[in-house]
Write a protein that binds this ligand. Structure first.
Ligand SMILES: Cc1cc2nc3c(=O)[nH]c(=O)nc-3n(C[C@H](O)[C@H](O)[C@H](O)COP(=O)(O)O)c2cc1C
Length: 189
């Protein structure tokens, strides 16, 4: 069951054109149940974190990302596992967003769902544990279950486009988004 009007911000932590994680965010938009929606924010717009720049004020794209995280009901992070951890592009975006220098971090008490796909069998299990640890800092409210690990991604995504083609995984994603909406209701004030 999707909650009417429930808005998810989707962050894909890969810049690759045919990225399967970009494909996951697109699929989330397509399969979101009911009147739920998932809108992607392109992390290629976010520069590497630089404290000198921060001293002078956050760049406009960073401010836009922080504002969107604040405004949306939940955040979906679709991230590859890099080196048993998470990609630098995501670490850097989170550095900008976890800071409370100019205003409080928008990720504090924000409901978050994590999803990831890998060519091997681990399905980003190790990377997701690292991301969960990072998100303890604000702290964000990362949904503990269900977990969404997608192993053997070559069998489930179109290699040319990154589109999620596997019907069973699309159905799992729809159930995962519905669960994220249910999880988020607990923290409404
Ligand atoms: C720098 C780098 C490090 C990687 N490290 C891992 C890893 O630790 N574990 C893993 O399962 N896959 C690893 N991979 C493979 C990625 O899971 C795979 O390339 C994935 O499809 C990337 O997601 P994307 O299609 O969204 O770009 C790595 C890939 C790169 C480029």
């Amino acid at each position: 069951m999707g909650r009417p009007g429930f808005r998810i911000l989707g962050l894909a932590a890969s810049l690759r054109r045919a990225s399967v994680h970009r494909g996951i965010v697109r699929a989330a938009h397509e399969v979101a149940p009911g009147r739920m929606s998932c809108e992607g924010f392109d992390l290629s717009r976010i520069p590497y974190f630089d404290q000198d720049v921060e001293d002078e004020g956050n760049p406009p794209a960073v401010e836009e990302l922080r504002e969107k995280i604040r405004a949306y009901d939940a955040v979906l992070i679709a991230s590859p596992e890099y080196d048993y951890a998470i990609p630098g592009i995501l670490t850097s975006a989170l550095d900008w967003c976890l800071r409370s220098r100019h205003d409080p971090t928008p990720l504090r008490h924000k409901p978050v769902g994590i999803v990831g796909a890998s060519p091997g069998g681990a399905g980003t299990a190790r990377g997701q544990m690292v991301l969960r640890q990072v998100l303890l800092h604000p702290p964000a409210y990362v949904m503990p279950e269900p977990q969404m690990l997608i192993p053997f991604s070559r069998e489930k995504f179109d290699p040319e486009t990154g589109d999620l083609t596997d019907e069973g995984t699309r159905e799992r994603l729809a159930r995962f988004l519905a669960a994220l909406a249910e999880w988020s209701v607990r923290f409404e004030r």
